[in-house]
Design a protein around this ligand. Structure first.
Ligand SMILES: Cc1cc2nc3c(=O)[nH]c(=O)nc-3n(C[C@H](O)[C@H](O)[C@H](O)COP(=O)(O)OP(=O)(O)OC[C@H]3O[C@@H](n4cnc5c(N)ncnc54)[C@H](O)[C@@H]3O)c2cc1C
Length: 301
């Protein structure tokens, strides 16, 4: 029996572990993929307070070391369900079951990918899924944003402030995001819309050099030279296994607020997988500390 089981070893889950350990609780962290979470895909972080610049891997390594040195148990296991037994919870994984007094879900999100060949090889070498995180690396350069919803339009607005040229590529003939954002982009001299068009190929081996574009209406092909591509075609929260126990909203996020509580007593949520506006390391770590302290309070009565 552990005091707290944390699902997901990203910035939210590891921060939760740190706070719970320092409150003298026994902690088991279960991670299905990469210790450190999504941030390990980032070649450079320049917006985490106190650190002018570091790679995602460097940050993840420091955080994992810190948590292990405080006495956390960390296991590589994929969680498939949580059972509520009242005063205790059973966390079911692909390898077995674990018991705890409280559980924190910190499973993050996946960015929807284009699915094009060599996309993964070019992540961090021209392809990004986050303008807030990586936009500054493309200052004065030419970039494209893929998508037509609010996220894509907001990314384009942000990038247009610093990039030489921003193309917005949308498969439909209209944007699905807010008209207000479209109008804002129309006012910018350095923004161009490419509508009814999909990307059929990513050019470049070591880094992104350009895009092959296919017009949906007549299948005509053109090439576009770009330094960067921001893919903003949606996020997929890793929450399917927790729909019953935690309660999901219409977008699949765990329905919670800054209190990090869920609809089940003793089950808490932290980080990108909960409903929120800003998904960044700072907001994930903030959630981690709040969820851990709430879980400690729940256990101590
Ligand atoms: C390329 C890139 C660059 C970024 N750059 C920045 C930046 O510069 N600054 C910034 O502030 N933010 C940046 N971000 C965003 C930042 O990485 C996230 O906001 C942050 O990692 C969220 O932390 P989290 O712990 O909530 O989720 P995650 O980091 O997603 O961690 C969740 C973890 O849970 C695990 N998991 C999921 N499901 C299960 C399961 N069923 N069982 C067990 N484990 C599970 C996942 O494998 C993952 O390791 C970037 C993101 C990306 C993709």
């Amino acid at each position: 029996m552990h005091d707290i089981i944390i699902i997901g070893a990203g910035p939210a889950g590891l921060t939760a572990a740190l706070y719970a350990l320092r409150a003298d609780k026994s902690v088991l962290v279960l991670e299905k993929g990469t210790f450190g979470g999504q941030i390990t895909y980032s070649p450079q972080i320049e917006n985490y307070p106190g650190f002018a610049s570091m790679s995602g891997n460097e940050f993840a390594e420091k955080l994992v070391d810190q948590v292990i040195s405080q006495g956390a148990e960390i296991e590589m296991e994929t969680v498939t369900a949580i059972r509520d037994n009242g005063a205790t919870k059973t966390v079911v994984t692909e390898d077995g079951e674990h018991e705890a007094k409280a559980v924190i879900i910190a499973t993050g999100v996946k960015h929807r990918q284009t699915g094009l060949p060599n996309e993964n090889e070019l992540v961090g070498a021209g392809i990004s899924y986050c303008a807030v995180c990586d936009g500054a690396f493309f200052k004065g350069q030419t970039v494209a944003v893929l998508g037509g919803g609010n996220s894509a339009l907001q990314e384009a607005v942000l990038l247009s402030d610093t990039c030489k040229k921003v193309y917005v590529i949308q498969n439909l003939d209209y944007f699905t995001g807010e008209a207000r954002l479209v109008e804002k982009l129309k006012e910018k001299d350095n923004v161009e819309f490419i509508m009814g068009t999909v990307i059929s190929e990513l050019k470049g081996e070591k880094s992104l050099e350009g895009l092959v574009l296919k017009k949906e209406s007549d299948s005509s092909i053109t090439e576009l030279a770009v330094d960067g591509l921001f893919v903003a075609i949606g996020l997929i929260p890793n929450n399917a296994a927790f729909a019953d126990i935690a309660g999901l909203n219409e977008w699949g996020y765990i329905d919670s607020d800054e209190s990090c509580v869920t609809k089940t007593a003793g089950v808490f949520v932290a980080g990108d997988c909960r409903q929120k506006q800003i998904r960044q390391i700072t907001t994930a770590t903030a959630d981690g500390s709040i969820a851990a302290l709430a879980a400690c309070k729940y256990i101590d009565g």
